[in-house]
Design a protein around this ligand. Structure first.
Ligand code: MN
Length: 258
């Protein structure tokens, strides 16, 4: 039996579960709020082309309007000045869109401190328990923020949202074999990261500078094991795009607990 036949059988028999890590996209999807003097990304909106009506008696479809960074989305290296010479979203090698996921749960810390910043020693503690971060893999950083997705005010929380400390972001970018960081919040960086003195938006700066990627507004990370899940990210190949809304899935082995 080939590996793919085994996978299909496991999917059919529910020994491998497909977990959807994507937040449904609608007019209510929260978007990042930047200082008013900066350009702003668009929230999702749509306009009906036809709805089984005179404009198309048998057809329902819409035009949509959104930014490259609206809802669950993929950040490509060219999103940041530090990654300007690296991939745009259409240039990301497809093999890098499928890879192992390490899930670090800091939801308890973030519940007590919405400005919680992940430090290198937190990740090293995770490694002591679960092993090294995966080669060409993703660190999925769980903060419990997905529970707030239904309420934009709670989700954005007046910029008090968890993130990663600058020296940890640099270490993840430059010294680990990861290819990306996935988060539940509106962006990979903390809500207050624009005001960090040493390095504003450190995840964006260091990860993209190292040719690595970001994924945002993920949900259902609580359904994943700390190691062993396979992440599939599917951004649109927008030519010269800085990122793209994406469907993000995880394959999870449920064989051992059934
Ligand atoms: Mn983004």
């Amino acid at each position: 039996m080939t590996v793919l036949t085994e996978l299909l059988n496991a999917l059919h028999d529910d020994f491998v579960e497909v977990v959807d890590l994507t937040t449904p996209l609608s007019e209510q999807t929260p978007i990042i709020e930047l200082p008013p003097e900066r350009g702003q990304p668009w929230a999702f909106s749509r306009e009906v082309i036809s709805d089984y009506d005179d404009a198309g008696p048998t057809v329902y479809w819409n035009n949509i309007r959104l930014s490259e960074h609206t809802g669950t989305h993929f950040d490509a290296p060219v999103h940041w000045l530090s990654g300007k010479q690296s991939h745009d979203v259409s240039q990301v090698p497809p093999a890098r869109l499928v890879g192992p996921a390490a899930v670090l749960d800091a939801s308890e810390q973030a519940a007590h401190d919405p400005d919680f910043l992940l430090r290198r020693d937190h990740v090293e503690k995770w490694q002591a328990e679960h092993g090294d971060l995966p080669e060409d893999g993703w660190l999925l950083y769980r903060t419990g923020w997905d529970a707030r997705q239904g309420d934009a005010r709670q989700f954005l929380n007046d910029k008090h949202t968890p993130g990663v400390a600058p020296d940890c972001a640099r270490w993840l970018a430059e010294e680990t074999p990861l290819i990306g960081l996935g988060v539940e919040t509106v962006g990979t960086d903390a809500g207050l990261a624009g005001e960090f003195e040493d390095r504003p938006y450190p995840c964006h700066w260091y990860l993209h500078g190292a040719g690595k990627y970001g994924l945002t507004q993920l949900r259902n990370l609580g359904q994943l094991p700390p190691t062993g899940a396979v992440l599939i990210a599917s951004p649109l190949p927008i030519v010269h795009g800085s990122g793209s809304p994406a469907r993000v899935l995880a394959l999870v082995d449920r064989g051992s607990d059934r």
